[in-house]
Design a protein around this ligand. Structure first.
Ligand code: HAM
Length: 436
């Protein structure tokens, strides 16, 4: 029979790889909490309408990549179609609205860590199940340009806390919803004649979501875009002032950035500030994190005060964990997967195994990490090999000699030193040694 493997575009995170993931998660949680963010955990699947309404019907993520989930229950009376979440922003906004978090909080600072799903064509750094660390700041108190600077600064601080330095931050501003419409209209006008000779795909993008052409991979489109003088002319005076204030905040934080007028992002909900962080060593999939402001989304999903559409502000970002790990690996900075264990117990007589088992229990109950060899009557040498493999600091030897003298021999694996200790004091002895 053929073996079943994990689905293409997913990866198993094996025990040797888990320490690197824990390292990212631990560092991220510590820093996010220090910035005032609290964790939120939403389901991995949601009503498909949530993503259509927020990310945009014409975006690639919704159009081509949603992984839908179907219940097999025929008696189910809810006909809702579900999709695995392709990102975390829409679910967080859904929860923000559903629990009316804005009622009690002027500013809700939320973060999440977890798997996201997109039916993309898998390649290096592009998976169908990947993981994001994300942060979202939502509320009436989320309209200050310094919050944009804080958010971008936080993404940068996280990457630095992980040990990455060689990344590049690009920022841009799309302006208000109205500025964005003006920008789209201007782009259509500029491109109308220039793309006529190009393929159907390009024309489709032009019709459905003209912004996508700005970061197109198509060489002909790239050349046309390079010839446009985009700049910030689509921004209104307030939009421009807002962007200037964001940049001042970043300068204040000492965060290095490049303004890129082609940066528009692939999801529809963005307004004003958008940003992307890339790492050059990763090839085609070099974005290790991205985000931006999405002021209208709360109302668009039914929350906030509809009479004042821009009252609830929102901004956030997500970092791609797999890509960050690839970047750390390229920089030779992946934390070691070395195992650690304080004590390993070996015995050389089957009748002593139960005694060894009892000692194991006592050690563990005293908070000392410990293990033993469960191979019945395995050779002493094999048991020592196992202790080395587990990187044990000490080996406790419970042999016939020791049993007769009511002692236990303890071997320090670093120095090779070995001595016999009365069995009744072994726990105290180890505790003292550990204290140094
Ligand atoms: P995004 O740019 O779609 O934005 O994804 C953010 C990051 O997730 C990317 O920069 C990348 O590192 C990682 N990523 C995305 N797709 C894949 C994939 N197929 N395989 C591996 N990694 C991937 C968002 O998701 C927005 N929700 C970010 C945001 C939060 N905007 C505002 N708040």
């Amino acid at each position: 029979m053929q073996n079943i493997s994990n689905p293409r575009g997913t990866s198993d995170i094996l025990p040797d790889q888990v320490p690197a993931w824990e390292y990212l998660e631990l560092n991220a949680r510590t820093l996010l909490k220090a910035y005032g963010y609290r964790e939120i955990r939403t389901p991995v699947f949601e009503d498909v309408a949530l993503f259509k309404r927020s990310l945009g019907e014409t975006t690639e993520v919704v159009n081509k990549q949603l992984l839908e989930v179907k219940s097999q229950r025929s008696d189910s009376n809810d006909d809702a179609a579900f999709a695995l979440r392709p990102e975390g922003t829409a679910p967080v906004v859904r929860a923000y609205n559903q629990y009316n978090l804005g009622r009690d909080e002027f500013l809700s600072k939320l973060f999440y860590v977890g798997p996201m799903f997109r039916g993309e064509r898998p390649q290096k750094g592009r998976l169908r199940q990947f993981h994001q660390i994300g942060a979202e700041a939502i509320g009436r108190g989320a309209n200050h340009p310094l919050l944009d600077a804080e958010m971008i600064g936080l993404a940068v601080a996280l990457l630095k806390a992980f040990g990455l330095n060689n990344f590049k931050l690009k920022i841009n501003s799309l302006g208000s919803a109205e500025d964005k419409q003006n920008f789209a209209a201007w782009l259509r006008q500029e491109l109308k004649d220039k793309i006529e000779h190009l393929g159907e795909d390009v024309k489709n993008q032009y019709e459905r979501n003209v912004f996508r052409l700005l970061d197109s991979k198509d060489e002909a489109v790239k050349a046309i875009i390079a010839g446009l003088n985009i700049g910030t002319q689509h921004l209104s005076a307030t939009g421009l002032k807002y962007f200037e204030d964001v940049k001042k905040g970043l300068d204040q934080l000492g965060v290095a950035y490049e303004v890129s007028s082609n940066l528009v992002r692939g999801l529809d909900y963005y307004t004003h500030t958008v940003f992307e962080i890339s790492y050059a060593g990763l090839g085609a999939q070099d974005a290790i994190g991205a985000g931006g402001r999405y002021n209208g989304l709360i109302e668009q999903l039914g929350g906030g005060d509809r009479r004042q559409p821009e009252q609830t502000g929102a901004i956030g970002f997500a970092l791609g964990m797999e890509r960050i790990l690839l970047a750390l690996e390229a920089d030779g900075k992946l934390p070691s997967a070395k195992r650690g264990l304080t004590v390993f117990i070996v015995t050389n007589a089957e009748e002593l195994e139960v005694q060894a088992f009892a000692l194991l229990d006592i050690l563990r109950k005293n908070g000392i990490s410990a293990d033993m060899d469960f191979g019945r009557g395995r050779a002493f040498k094999k048991q020592f090999d196992q202790a080395n493999k587990l990187n044990a600091s000490f080996v406790l030897i419970l042999g016939q000699e020791e049993a007769k003298n009511q002692t236990i021999s303890i071997k320090d694996m670093a120095t090779g030193e070995q001595k016999a200790v009365p069995a009744s004091t072994i726990v105290e002895h180890i505790k003292n040694v550990l204290k140094g």
